[in-house]
Design a protein around this ligand. Structure first.
Ligand code: LMR
Length: 326
C-alpha cells in the first residue's frame, strides 16, 4: 500500500526536523582578558543568546587569544572556523583603508565624539566597507582612549625620540611614532607584555583597561595620560555565515547585539577610569598628566600623519569625523 503524505503530516515532519536540528554554533574569539569592555561584551552576548534562543543558538567565547590570535583570527573568520570577532579598528588595514580614520592621532577629543561619529551615516557606512571581502560589520564596541607608556617619562614629543614602541598593524600608527623619531614593532597583543618585559620595545599605547588587565603597568614605570587616539572595535561576522542564519533567528541576534552594544558602550569609559585608578593604587607607574601646552605639542608633532593618510582614507571621511568634536 502506498503511504499517503498529508499536508498535516508534512508540517509535523518538518517541525520535528526543526526541533532535532543542531543549534547554530557561534564561536566568538578575542584577544583580551574577560574583565575588559570587549571581554564582558562577549560574555553578555553569550548569556542573552542562550537565554533567548535556547537550543537554537549556542555561543562559545574564547578570550585571551586561546582559539585564534591577531595573526590568524581574520583568516579563520574567512574560513568560517570562527564566526564572530571584535578586532580593534586598527587591525583591518589589509581589508579596507577607510577604517584607518579611527587611528588618526588627536582626531577625536574623547570617547563621546567617537560615539557620535560611529552613529552618523559615514560611520555606519564603514560597517559595510568589507562586505566584498566577506566580512560584515555588526556594531562598534568601545574600549577607550589610548595612553602612552614607556620606560622613561614622556612629557614632550621629543622624549619619545629613539625609543621603540609596540604597535598594532596599522600604517597610521607606524607613521604617528615616526613623527616623533621613534621606531615601531608590530607585535601581536598576546606577545606585548613579554616584549615590554624583555625590552624588545620600550613603550606602547593602550587604553587603561588593556594596560591593567595584562599587567603592563608592572613593566612600564611611566604612563602619560595622552588620550591621543582611540582603541575601539568592530564586531564582525563572516558574511556568508551571517546571512545563512534563518531570518527570524538573525533578527533576534541583531536585537541582542544592539542591547549588548548599548551596554558595552555605556560602561566602557567608567571601566577604563576604574582601571586607571587601580594602576595608580598599584604604585608601579607614575601617571603623567600633560599640561594644555604639552598636549598641544604632541598634537602638533603627530599632525602630519593626517595629511599623509588623507588620500588613502578619504578626505570626506576625515572631514565627517572632525565635525563630531564639541
Ligand atoms: C591591541 O592589539 O593592542 C588591541 O587591539 C587589543 C584589543 O583587542 O583590545
Amino acid at each position: 500500500m502506498k503511504p499517503i503524505i498529508t499536508l498535516a503530516g508534512l508540517v509535523l515532519a518538518m517541525a520535528a526536523t526543526a526541533v532535532q536540528a543542531e543549534p547554530i554554533v557561534i564561536k566568538f574569539s578575542h584577544v583580551v582578558a574577560e574583565d575588559t569592555p570587549k571581554g564582558k561584551g562577549a560574555l553578555l552576548f553569550k548569556q542573552l543568546v542562550e537565554q533567548r534562543l535556547p537550543g537554537q543558538v549556542t555561543v562559545e567565547v574564547y578570550p585571551n587569544s586561546t582559539l585564534f590570535g591577531d595573526a590568524n583570527e581574520l583568516e579563520a573568520l574567512a574560513k568560517n572556523e570562527v564566526q564572530m570577532l571584535a578586532p580593534s579598528l586598527a587591525k583591518f588595514e589589509q581589508y579596507t583603508k577607510q577604517l584607518q580614520v579611527f587611528d588618526l592621532p588627536f582626531l577625536f577629543d574623547d570617547l563621546a565624539s567617537v560615539d557620535r561619529f560611529q552613529k552618523r551615516a559615514k560611520g555606519r557606512q564603514l560597517l559595510l566597507s568589507m562586505e566584498k571581502q566577506g566580512i560584515t560589520g555588526l556594531a562598534y564596541w568601545h574600549n577607550g582612549m589610548k595612553q602612552l607608556s614607556a620606560t622613561k617619562p614622556l612629557r614632550m614629543p621629543s622624549d619619545a625620540n629613539g625609543l621603540s614602541f609596540r604597535i598594532q598593524p596599522s600604517g597610521v600608527l607606524e607613521s604617528q611614532f615616526a613623527q616623533l623619531g621613534a621606531s615601531t614593532k608590530k607585535i601581536a597583543f598576546a606577545e606585548t607584555f613579554d616584549a615590554l618585559q624583555t625590552g624588545t620595545v620600550q613603550g606602547a599605547e593602550n587604553p587603561w583597561s588593556n594596560i591593567y588587565s595584562k599587567k603592563m603597568h608592572s613593566v612600564q614605570p611611566y604612563i602619560t595620560e595622552s588620550n591621543h587616539g582611540v582603541l575601539d572595535y568592530m564586531l564582525v561576522s563572516n558574511t556568508t555565515f551571517w546571512f545563512a542564519i534563518p531570518h527570524q533567528i538573525r533578527t533576534q541576534l541583531e536585537g541582542i547585539i544592539e542591547e549588548v552594544t548599548y551596554e558595552v558602550n555605556r560602561a566602557a569609559e567608567a571601566a577604563n577610569q576604574a582601571d586607571r585608578d587601580r594602576i595608580r593604587k598599584a604604585g608601579t607607574s607614575e601617571i603623567i598628566e600633560l599640561t594644555a601646552e604639552q598636549r598641544e605639542a604632541w598634537r602638533e608633532a603627530m599632525r602630519p600623519v593626517w595629511q599623509e593618510f588623507e588620500p588613502v582614507i578619504g578626505a570626506d571621511i576625515i572631514k565627517a569625523a572632525q565635525t563630531v568634536n564639541r
